[in-house]
Design a binder for this molecule. Structure first.
Ligand SMILES: Nc1ncnc2c1ncn2[C@@H]1O[C@H](COP(=O)(O)OP(=O)(O)OP(=O)(O)O)[C@@H](O)[C@H]1O
Ligand SMILES: [Mg+2]
Length: 353
């Protein structure tokens, strides 16, 4: 095939992909099932119906949408949902469905953002507006640029966030901001055993009142079904062979685990790094025992950020992925990390959806 033919074929594929993104969600799903790209999953199908309902409503009311316009037309005078909360175990397709929803949404003022990045902005805003009722002011600012706010991977592990959330979401809903969330946790199970968990309860109540809560309860972690690349990018144990394999990656940016996760670093540092690189070589990952829960927490955040930014990861580790973290207080969240580390070895990564 000549280069020009190759380019035009690529262009056709891109055009088709683009037009698929504009299809109604159920039609896009049917098409992907018939093309054997996704397996039919009844929980996803049901979730897509609700997402499509919200899309249709956004399309009908568009920019004019206000909470007052959203009074339920059929029954009791309760407001329609002002958001949607999609939860389920790892690899059930939550981010995929949210991405489809986001792509199909015609609103120009929309934003998909990692929840922790958004919360950093919130804390910064509050810091810059002392002695003021900052949350309503912030919500007003947000609404000027954003009518639809999508938070992928919502979880709470910070008391400062937990205490703010009820006021923050209340203010955003009052401004008519529509919020769509994906999470590994049912709202009632957010922030498990967290410090002063009672302060989160008004927020959980608010989620129940305002949002459609949908579970993706399928049996399958789809990440584990992906074909693994024959050329592994996860080397273990830490022996001479692993060292040799890693030394051949000298073109890529390289950090040791201690550099990135053994020191007080956080989402902001990882975001800065991920925005600048295509590939990261991470060396000498130790087995994360229960005492290393701070390192484990940082590693979870690092992998979330790299995955979200489609960064290729090559690493060397003391143990196999399944033995990296077996016990400790981050065990639940580490399930996501484990699932992602496996998917990051697949031939499809980083072009997943
Ligand atoms: N029905 C399906 N058939 C085949 N592959 C699927 C299906 N649904 C999702 N996938 C694929 O599975 C992978 C994981 O999906 P996704 O990232 O959306 O999961 P998730 O629920 O957001 O996981 P996490 O909780 O870890 O964030 C993606 O590569 C996605 O394309
Ligand atoms: Mg996800």
């Amino acid at each position: 095939m000549t280069a020009s033919k190759h380019i035009s074929f690529t262009k056709i594929k891109q055009d088709v992909a683009l037009s698929n993104k504009k299809l109604p969600l159920l039609q896009r799903y049917e098409q992907q099932v018939s093309d054997n790209i996704v397996n039919f999953d009844s929980a996803q199908w049901t979730a897509l119906q609700t997402l499509q309902t919200l899309l249709d409503e956004l399309r009908t009311y568009g920019e004019k949408l206000t909470p007052i316009k959203r009074w339920h037309w059929k029954s009791s005078p309760v407001t329609m949902w002002e958001g949607l909360y999609l939860f389920g175990d790892v690899g059930r397709g939550k981010s995929m469905l949210m991405m489809w929803f986001y792509e199909a949404c015609e609103l120009s003022k929309k934003r998909r953002v990692h929840f922790h990045v958004f919360m950093q902005e919130v804390h910064q805003f509050i810091h810059q507006h002392p002695n003021q009722n900052a949350l309503p002011l912030l919500a007003k600012h947000v609404r000027e640029t954003t009518q639809l706010l999508c938070f992928d991977e919502f979880f709470i592990n910070d008391i400062a966030d937990a205490m703010l959330l009820s006021g923050l979401f209340n203010a955003l809903f009052k401004q008519g901001v529509i919020i769509v969330i994906t999470s590994n946790y049912h709202p009632d199970n957010l922030y498990p055993n967290g410090l002063q968990r009672a302060s989160l309860l008004p927020f959980i109540d608010l989620l129940h009142i305002k949002m459609a809560i949908i579970q993706l309860g399928g049996e399958q972690d789809y990440r584990l079904t992906k074909r693994i690349d024959s050329k592994t990018r996860y080397f273990f144990p830490l022996n001479l062979q692993t060292k040799l394999a890693i030394s051949q990656c000298n073109a890529a940016v390289m950090f040791s685990f201690t550099d990135l996760c053994g020191k007080p670093k956080g989402a902001r540092d990882y975001l800065t790094l991920a925005a600048q690189i295509d590939t990261l070589v991470l060396t000498d990952i130790p087995q994360l025992t229960a005492e290393k829960h701070n390192e484990a927490r940082r590693f979870i955040t690092l992998i979330d950020v790299l995955y979200d930014h489609k960064v290729m990861l090559i690493c060397s580790s003391e143990v196999a992925i399944n033995e990296l973290y077996c016990n400790g207080k981050n065990k639940n969240d580490f399930e996501r990390t484990r699932s992602r580390l496996i998917e990051m070895q697949s031939i499809h990564y980083p072009n997943l959806f």
